[in-house]
Design a protein. Structure first.
Length: 256
């Protein structure tokens, strides 16, 4: 009886092993297919997120061109309170002469960065369209938009907080922040402009001597009866021939 019972147990165990092996073969393809399908979905989400990143990057470039040109031609102030009309352009007064003293009123870099942030938040909305990436079961969701701008010597760096979530079935891809650098000589020229304005506030600024000591920069002075207009660009010939947005004009010492 004992031996017969043992044989029965072995038979049952063998049957269970055979069934288990059979189930593995039956469901193997389904498991592999499921894993492959998940990889395909994640790959699709990654491709779409890269497309959105490219849209944000292109939009930042487009609006930065407009921004830097506007800043450059107005003396770094987007909405100047005091301006001089010069050849049909409004140029902000950066050094205001009262009596024999020229007072430096150029905004700080932090103030200019805040103006840049406000301008870009307002204008990026017109060209960042991420919902065009929705198709079929792919859903696009976004959160609040904000950004920080930092003026560097040869670029403006944007850190954009813009949570974007892509959902496809039970899978999702999330990106919280987009970082984009816009290459421009604006920061470098801004430092020269500060030197010009500081020089004028201390007395007569010798732009020829400054240009000799700093051959990388090219400074022009257009002096009228009551106004000094400086034009500052890079002394590098290649940069000098770049688009108008790389020019930086300021008004200095308007007599009132």
């Amino acid at each position: 009886m004992v031996k017969k019972g043992q044989v029965t147990v072995f038979i049952i165990a063998g049957i269970l092993i055979i069934v288990a092996i059979a189930l593995i073969f039956v469901f193997k393809d389904a498991v592999i297919s499921g894993l492959s399908g998940e990889r395909d979905v994640q790959s699709q989400l990654n491709i779409q997120m890269q497309g959105i990143t490219n849209v944000v990057s292109d939009c930042v470039d487009e609006k930065s061109v407009e921004l830097v040109e506007r800043l450059s031609l107005s003396g770094a102030v987007l909405n100047p309170l005091q301006v001089k009309h010069y050849y049909s352009k409004e140029i902000s007064i950066l050094c205001k002469k009262i009596g024999d003293t020229c007072y430096n009123v150029i905004p700080s870099s932090e103030s200019i960065e805040k103006d840049i942030e406000g301008y870009m938040v307002e204008h990026l909305a017109s060209c960042i369209d991420i919902f065009g990436f929705e198709s079929g079961d792919l859903e696009v969701h976004s959160g609040e938009f904000s950004l920080d701008a930092t003026i560097n010597r040869n670029s403006i760096l944007y850190e954009i907080d813009y949570p974007v979530t892509l959902t496809l079935g039970t899978s999702e891809r999330v990106k919280e922040t987009f970082v984009k650098g816009y290459k421009t000589s604006f920061g470098e020229i801004l430092n020269v402009v500060k030197d010009v304005v500081e020089g004028e506030s201390l007395g007569e600024f010798d732009y020829i001597e400054y240009s000799v000591d700093n051959p990388k920069y090219w400074i022009e002075l257009r002096d009228t009866a009551d106004t000094k207009v400086y034009k500052v660009v890079s002394g590098n010939e290649e940069l000098r021939n770049e688009k108008e947005s790389d020019l930086y004009r300021i008004v200095c010492c308007l007599v009132i």
